[in-house]
Design a protein around this ligand. Structure first.
Ligand SMILES: [Zn+2]
Length: 297
């Protein structure tokens, strides 16, 4: 994990050395909708403990044909169709048996996974791709801009499988379900936000699988442009059900606790579709401001 930690030293004419600390895991801190966030708190919220990252979270139906099959902190979604299933995010390779168990606990077959999608080329979301491919023969789909980074993820020396390279706006279809890939670059060059429509109890809903919008390290002008575009794209997506590559990005655990037969589906949460975008954009702006202040000192 790279930490943003820049030491800036300026030698004044008197010869006094002024050292200003910029960044660091507790700077900047931003308040969004009454809640305080720092880079450290966001990372802690996303990842939890090592155990949280590898412990099965009760698998559950989210809405329509979409199910959660991930761990306590790393999301993995199963999309079930009459012609086989789609898996979004394999997470760490060591979690593949956990995901397998969740799929079978829900009454589905792991071997019915025909397509494997990813949110972004980081190990905690896509390290298990080669193993899922080995176990299911699924077609592995990757956003063009993430291909190089994905190819560098080789657990145990295994080549990272890539069967279909997609671009912004491309779609993936299986058994009547279509997912659209939106390039939301920044966190990685090919960070992909997936959208789909589901029908549940006679109504249609727009589901958004947000990518991570967290800026890491120094924000170059090119990266700033990418993020500014990404925040706009994310906000413009039709959304009734916001999801994310870490459960904490959509308050999964709190929502899961509210799942009760007869009660309104807690995952339908239009009011919070942009909550995670608000948090990350505030953090991005504060980080940029801090970087610029450091430059002009
Ligand atoms: Zn990441």
């Amino acid at each position: 994990m790279k930490r943003l930690y820049t030491l800036l030293a300026a030698v004044a004419s008197s010869g006094v050395v002024i050292v200003a600390q910029q960044g660091g895991p507790d700077h900047p801190s931003v308040t969004v909708h009454g809640q305080v966030y720092t880079p450290r708190s966001i990372l802690a919220r996303n990842m939890g403990t090592n155990e949280d990252q590898t412990t099965q979270f009760p698998p559950h139906k989210i809405i329509g044909n979409i199910y959660y099959v991930g761990t306590k902190t790393l999301s993995s979604f199963l999309i079930v169709t009459p012609q086989g299933n789609i898996l979004l995010d394999s997470t760490y390779e060591r979690n593949v048996p956990v995901i397998q168990k969740s799929v079978s606990d829900l009454g589905f077959k792991f071997s019915d996974i025909k397509i494997l999608l990813g949110n972004h080329a980081h190990g905690d979301h896509q390290e298990g791709d080669a193993m899922v491919k080995q176990l299911t023969g699924a077609q592995v789909v990757a956003m063009a801009e993430d291909v190089d980074t994905l190819k560098a993820i080789k657990p145990g020396g295994k080549e990272h499988p890539i069967d279909r390279i997609i671009h912004d706006g491309d779609t993936v279809s299986l058994g009547g379900t279509t997912l659209t890939a939106h390039l939301t670059a920044g966190h990685t060059p090919g960070c992909t936000t997936w959208t789909t429509k589901v029908r549940d109890a006679g109504k249609d809903y727009d589901v958004v699988f947000h990518c991570s919008y967290r800026a890491q390290g120094t924000i170059t002008p090119a990266l700033a442009d990418a993020f500014n575009r990404t925040f706009k794209v994310a906000r413009a997506l039709p959304c009734d059900v916001p999801l994310g590559d870490h459960g904490a990005q959509y308050n999964m655990q709190e929502k899961y606790a509210k799942l009760k037969p007869g009660a309104p589906n807690p995952f339908i949460d239009k009011a919070n579709c942009n909550l995670e975008t608000d948090i990350q954009e505030a953090m991005f702006k504060a980080t940029l401001a801090e970087q610029q202040a450091a430059k002009t000192q």
